[in-house]
Design a protein around this ligand. Structure first.
Ligand code: PPS
Length: 571
């Protein structure tokens, strides 16, 4: 099959500038939906034609077709549900047929939608059919159940303006801008490379080979919208990509950033990515092993087979309108000092094959170890080291949890002083009592208020961690789910060290330093943790300390040893 790009403009959903100005004024009377970050990404690609032929968020009929057999109601291939999920309250306030304003998080109007459909989706079914399993270990299934609203709205969009991006503006292109660029420079065959990771030498080799094989120019087309939680942030990645771009022969290769919110849906995602690239005027698309793979399921197995994405893509290639280029697994052959496709090395037993896995690379970055030049480009390694300094230079959070009077504050204070004595990073103590005097002064002890209190502490600790400091938290934090949520927030930026101060309730009551247990027993304090309110004992804390017959100094020392063993402080 010979693919030549169709570089005629594709339809967008934007109205003219004058109409947009008028609509903006009129929209003041409409009910507004404040879009989530993922919905903003989806809306941008709906409006600029990246999701062509969609004309809006899916109707119920289209949604059912997409979920069940990857097709819109009219039979057109479309693998991913692009839906507007909202709250019950908002959905209930609307009539079908009504127009709503779609606004970004600062209230700027981006478009309007005429509501044609409103329904309660069967999310378990969506998870099974689209993502392959109703398992929260899949990031998109987790999003579906725990972040997305319960009601879906569908209907056509009228585009008013693009979401504003302040970063890398010159590197972002709509499908029509890319098409115009290809037309201008005479690129008739273009192979696109999708990525959400930094590029190293192996990627540079394989993409260049793919372009040669397809006799095409190369477009590095990284996703900068939303990728897999825990990925390297896009600011760092784009600086890395810019460094790698210089390594290709001049004028063969370009780069454009795609504000896509990935779902990590493997085979379906590959087909979706292909359709999006076809809309951007590309003729070829590289599909790799485990394309857009979400990692392991809750049983520790892969969600999809390694070549499922290639198989599904091949099956639908003609309809997608873009030709697949198989990804070659490139490895470094030491004796020949070059990268070669793994399956083309005839003398495997006589040569030394080198490879560094993603996990090994992260370990080396964490520990500040050498990353060899055969593996990556020095400029890329320098960028990565800036955002991933060794653990002993990163911020982290120590989160004490335990009953009132268990000794949390005393140990936390001792730890703070020891860390300050060591120096190097600022230390902040967020003690339960102190937080309740300041940050959470209006809160009581209901589950809702305790959760709010812990989420606030978690938010402050995550900011401290992000900025390279040490946060020591010492609340009771009785609920495991809330502790887990805080852990997730913080682990995006650094380590979360949960320390269970495991003093028994009997011992805490015996000590009764503040006389609160007595009052709780007398019923004068209600909802008292351990007496009349629950405490979920941590199942897998990084450390559990006993305080009965143990000096405070020794407890703090145990924490310090743990921090040392995790590489967070050096002896
Ligand atoms: S929580 O559950 O994490 O929000 O609690 P926290 O912010 O750590 O606040 C606990 C301190 O408040 C005092 N106190 C109570 N604790 C538990 N239950 C009830 N009902 C209650 N009422 C007041 C108590 O002194 C706790 O301090 P610590 O430092 O834990 O002894």
């Amino acid at each position: 099959m010979t693919m030549l790009s169709n570089l005629a403009p594709i339809p967008e959903l934007y109205v003219s500038y004058d109409s947009a100005q008028k609509l903006k004024v009129e929209a003041a009377d409409l009910k507004s939906w404040d879009l989530t970050p993922r919905q903003i990404c989806d809306l941008e690609l709906l409006m600029n034609g990246g999701f062509n032929p969609l004309k809006g968020f899916l109707s119920e009929e289209d949604y059912n077709g997409v979920v069940e057999n990857m097709r819109l109601a009219d039979g057109t291939l479309w693998p991913m549900p692009i839906t507007l999920d909202v709250s019950e309250d908002f959905a209930a306030s609307l009539e079908v047929g009504e127009d709503i304003a779609l606004r970004d998080q600062e209230g700027v109007i981006l478009g309007t939608m005429t509501i044609s459909d409103r329904w309660t989706p069967n999310k378990a079914r969506e998870a099974e059919k689209v993502f392959g399993a109703d398992d929260d270990a899949h990031p998109a299934v987790n999003y579906l159940h725990n972040t997305a609203g319960p009601i879906y709205l569908g209907g056509p969009i009228t585009g008013i303006q693009q979401p504003v991006h302040y970063d890398f503006r010159a590197r972002r292109d709509t499908p029509n801008e890319l098409r115009a660029f290809f037309r201008k420079v005479g690129w008739r065959r273009v192979v696109a490379f999708q990525t959400r990771n930094p590029l190293h030498r192996a990627h540079q080799e394989l993409t260049f080979r793919a372009a040669k094989e397809a006799q095409a120019n190369l477009l590095i087309h990284p996703v900068v919208g939303m990728t897999k939680p825990g990925d390297v942030d896009h600011f760092t990645r784009v600086r890395c990509y810019e460094a790698v771009l210089d390594k290709y022969p001049a004028a063969t290769t370009g780069m454009s950033l795609l504000n896509l919110a990935m779902r990590m849906a493997g085979p379906r995602e590959a087909v979706w990515h292909g359709l999006i690239r076809a809309n951007h005027g590309c003729t070829h698309f590289i599909v790799g092993r485990d394309h857009a793979g979400p990692g392991k399921n809750s049983a520790g197995e892969d969600f999809y087979g390694p070549y499922d994405a290639q198989d599904l893509f091949r099956e639908h290639q003609d309809e997608i309108g873009i030709e697949m280029v198989d990804f070659k697994h490139m490895v470094y052959v030491q004796e020949r000092a070059q990268y070669e496709p793994n399956d083309e090395i005839a003398d495997k037993d006589d040569v030394t094959i080198l490879n560094i896995s993603g996990t090994e690379l992260r370990r080396r970055l964490q520990e500040g170890l050498e990353i060899p030049e055969w593996f990556s480009f020095p400029e890329v390694v320098t960028e990565l080291r800036k955002t991933r300094p060794p653990r002993s230079k990163q911020g982290f959070t120590v989160f004490f949890t335990g009953f009132s009077g268990s000794g949390k504050s005393t140990i936390a204070n001792a730890l703070m002083v020891k860390l300050m004595e060591m120096g190097g990073r600022p230390v902040t103590l967020l003690d339960g009592d102190i937080v309740r005097k300041n940050l959470s002064s209006e809160l009581g002890f209901s589950k809702e208020h305790r959760d709010l209190n812990i989420r606030r502490i978690g938010y402050v600790a995550s900011e401290i961690t992000k900025n390279g400091g040490i946060a020591i938290c010492a609340p009771i934090a009785p609920y495991a789910t809330t502790r887990r949520a805080v852990r997730e927030d913080i682990e995006a930026f650094g380590a979360f060290v949960e320390v269970h101060v495991a003093t028994s309730i009997e011992e805490c009551e015996r000590r009764d330093r503040k006389g609160l247990y007595k009052l709780a027993r007398e019923g004068k304090i209600k909802e008292f943790t351990g007496i009349s309110d629950p405490y979920d004992v941590p199942e897998n804390p990084e450390l559990s300390v006993e305080t009965e017959n143990v000096e405070v100094d020794n407890c703090a020392h145990q924490v310090l040893l743990k921090l040392e063993s995790m590489g967070l402080v050096s002896a």
